[in-house]
Ligand binder design. Structure first.
Ligand code: AGP
Length: 613
């Protein structure tokens, strides 16, 4: 996952930046680079692979200067290569950019620039940012204004850091959404900029974080912060803790909250290098899947526990709808005792954040013993579920510390969507136009999630209303039925409130008897193919006196009159909607538990990795 470090001050920027990038290595990356303003002008060093290769390159071709920026990159647009590695230069080489996130409208922007004669050196979306800044600079605008005007053109959640040989007294940085934060470090006569706190703690503990849609002009002796609209913002630096684990929490109170917010970046990294937006194709190389194998598959058995199982339920809908391959989803603890009808033309697909869950591994063994092909979707690199599988997809979201799984839920949803598209393509059941549309929709996901995260206040307000309840019901239908299960699981495991997720259509067959004014109903009623049904369900709950909290799509006018509160989400292609609708429910559960003063990251009786049956 991408990392950023920048320095301006009296010292040589090079070792400070390389050391900072080293401290971000845990996030994962496939190439790295650094730009320093030396006596010869802006100089770049970029290398594929691990950081030590970049360090060797810099030892052989040293860089010395007081201003520089560096980056570790997970490929999103274009393969890992020197020319695609950051930093990127503008055409005249005077503007240098590093970037985290996805510029959603980069194809449009690149085509416009190309029509004006721009020549591109890389396949990245990031390079258009450098070109645009140069264009605005050439119109007699200063760097700060050129960056601001450029940022206004970008769609998506992005973090950007810019320097220029034309204005060597500053670094300009901005955070456009939640694709990664920007932390500013205040030293003695020097300033640092980074994507994550550990990168700068060696040099200063006085730090401040940018909010979404803020930009900072960073100079040796301080910083000025503005909104993208140009309004000045007062910044309050705080003192970060030395404890490296606490430091990793950054601006957040708990790991769970941090991990909820990391989903934008995690989802961008999940898509990174696996889809080609221009051809509309998916590449899941570690799955080792050929067309011949894909066409042989009779059935896929998804097996997992808890949150991962809920991801599997969404996966069934995605794979069956998109690839037309039959899927059965089984709780892993039941799998081996059910004597499932698994054979050599079947796949057992395990989903596991830890990759070490005993029941999930046992289900894989059961599949193996029956001759099935084994696949896994796993977060922990090198874990058992990854090692024993014939093919795997790694989640790319970085370590998840909070026991309640959040980013390791949304990432596999996107992995399953990509798998469905790949299978549909290899099996020849997905027309090209449809495939391109499905792949194109993926580009929207990080920003859609970012837009929900910006509404954390709405979840806080609902949490205040619900924090003292004893019971509640989560209702959903279709592809968002598993979202109801997952919302309920999140609440019960960290707040100890009894919560049930239920298919809304089943209410009339029993659970409706539970409803009264003390049993709130949380209904996922977004604009998807099940909307009308959910609307009527909400009305029925309301008629029984239950307080209703609806997750609804922006602009919906029918829901507010029948709900007591609404958690709004932006319009989302329905096959991807579970990635978005779960986010307000994660925030709701988090804030209820935090308001109840509970140990959010380590709830009672639970372990992050369940290695016993
Ligand atoms: C999720 O919030 C839970 N802590 C739990 O249900 C978890 O998803 C389950 O134990 C599976 O773990 P795994 O993904 O590591 O296999």
């Amino acid at each position: 996952m991408c990392g950023i470090v920048g320095y301006i001050g009296p010292r040589n920027a090079t070792p400070i930046i390389l050391d900072g990038l080293k401290r971000l290595e845990y996030r994962g990356y496939d190439s790295a680079g650094i730009a320093v303003l030396t006596a010869r002008g802006v100089e770049l060093r970029r290398e594929v692979g691990k950081l030590h290769r970049l360090q060797t390159l810099v030892e052989n071709e040293p860089l010395e200067g007081n201003l520089g920026i560096g980056h570790t990159r997970w490929a999103t647009h274009g393969a890992p290569s020197r020319r695609n590695a950051h930093p990127h230069l503008s055409e005249n080489g005077k503007v240098v950019v590093v970037h985290n996130g996805i510029v959603e409208n980069f194809l449009v922007l690149r085509d416009e620039l190309a029509a004006e004669g721009a020549q591109f050196r890389s396949e990245t979306d990031s390079e258009v940012i450098a070109h645009l800044i140069e264009r605005f600079l050439s119109r007699d605008t200063g760097l700060v204004e050129a960056v601001r005007q450029t940022l206004r053109l970008l769609k998506g959640s992005n973090a950007v850091v810019v320097m220029s040989a034309l204005e060597p007294d500053k670094i300009v940085t901005a955070r456009l959404g939640n694709a990664g934060g920007i932390v500013l470090g205040f030293g003695e006569g020097e300033m640092l900029v980074a994507s994550d706190l550990p990168a700068i703690l060696e040099h200063t503990r006085r730090v401040a974080f940018l909010e979404p849609r803020q930009m900072a002009v960073v100079q040796r002796d301080g910083v000025e912060v503005f909104t993208l609209e140009g309004e000045k913002v007062a910044l309050k630096p705080t003192v970060a803790p030395w404890d490296p684990v606490a430091a990793e929490k950054g601006e957040y109170r708990h790991f769970m909250q941090k991990e909820i917010h990391e989903q934008v970046r995690g989802l961008a990294d999940t898509i990174a290098g696996r889809v080609d937006f221009e051809t509309g194709r998916v590449y899941l190389d570690t799955l080792n899947l050929t067309a011949e194998t894909a066409q042989r598959i009779r059935k896929i058995f998804i097996t997992a526990c808890g949150t991962a199982y809920h991801a599997g339920l969404v996966g069934k809908i995605l794979i069956e709808r998109i690839a037309r391959v039959p899927v059965e989803v089984m709780v892993a603890s039941e799998f081996r005792y059910a004597d499932p009808l698994v054979g050599p033309d079947d796949v057992v697909l395990a989903i596991s954040q830890s990759g070490e869950t005993a029941d999930t591994l046992a289900a894989m063994e059961e599949g193996r013993s029956k001759g099935a092909m084994l696949w896994s979707i796993v977060n922990a690199i090198g874990s058992q579920a990854m090692r024993i599988a014939d093919g795997y997809i790694s989640m790319q979201v970085g370590p998840e510390i909070g026991v309640a799984s959040t980013k390791a839920y949304t990432a596999p949803l996107v992995d399953l969507y990509m798998l469905a598209v790949l299978l549909g393509d290899l099996c020849g059941v997905l027309p090209e136009g449809e495939r391109r549309r499905l792949v194109n929709d993926l580009r929207l996901v990080p920003d859609l999630v970012g837009r929900v995260l910006e509404r954390e206040d709405e979840a806080v307000a609902v949490a205040k209303k619900l924090k003292d309840i004893d019971n509640c019901l989560y209702l959903g239908r279709g592809i968002n039925m598993p979202t109801a299960y997952e919302g309920a699981l999140k609440l019960k495991e960290i707040s100890y409130i009894h919560a049930e997720g239920y298919p809304a259509g089943e209410m009339k067959h029993g659970p409706i008897a539970l409803l009264d004014e003390d049993t709130p109903v949380i209904a996922i009623a977004i604009q998807d193919p099940w909307y009308e049904k959910m609307l009527s369900q909400v009305k029925q709950a309301k008629a029984r006196g239950a307080p209703v909290i609806a997750v609804a799509t922006d602009g919906d006018e029918l829901i507010p009159p029948v709900a007591d509160a609404v958690l709004w989400v932006p319009p989302t292609p329905w096959l991807l909607s579970p990635v978005v609708t779960v986010v307000p429910l994660q925030m709701l559960a988090y804030h209820i538990a935090a308001m109840r003063g509970l140990d959010v990251d380590q709830p009672r009786n639970l372990a992050k990795s369940v290695t016993v049956e």
